[in-house]
Design a protein around this ligand. Sequence first.
Ligand code: GRF
Length: 217
Amino acid sequence: MKLAVLISGRGSNMATLIEACESPDYPAEIVLVLSDRAAAAGLAHATARGIATRVIDHEAFDERADFEADVSAAIEASGAELICLAGFMRLLTDGFVERWRDRLINIHPSLLPAFKGLNTHQRALDAGARFAGCTVHFVRVQMDEGPIVIQAAVPVRGDDTAESLAARVLAMEHRCYPLAVRWIAEGRVRVTGATVRIEGAENPAPALINPTGAGAR
Ligand code: GRF
């Protein structure tokens, strides 16, 4: 399956997708990395790995729809069949989302539907959450909503800062995104209404409790 990866910055999730695609038994290849910012650090990494990159600067457009029309045209020209948002910081309009419906996925650094939007780690800490995590989901018109493909949960520790929690979650993002793309590329993922079924996916081991300690079982 041909992928377009959309980034705005660091591109560490993009890098894990590139690495996955370099493995011979991985059922996907990246045909385009597209950024809305020329300064996105991930662009250099993609170029170094021999992947076509394109910058479409959102600031060059007065209308969001015109920006998105150019983005869509570039993706279509690349032959991509699935768009992976990976730290792409532009909100997408209904027109774009509907055009790519069920061919557009995103990774978000929280256990959705909790903590949509930005600053998810600090907000999880402020809320006293005992678990944080990440979500890969199909994109719908409402921001950070859509059928969930995979989530990973990590414990929040008493001495966590937003940075330490972000690092723990990011390590899980790097596991989840290549897995989700693999399953989609293998044709094992069905979206039915708000939910996703994955052929052959296993249910996890028993629940986790955080904190553990006296009295916890
Ligand atoms: C990740 O935390 C991702 O979940 C969020 O934006 C961040 C992008 O990081 N959507 P990177 O550019 O992939 O390193």
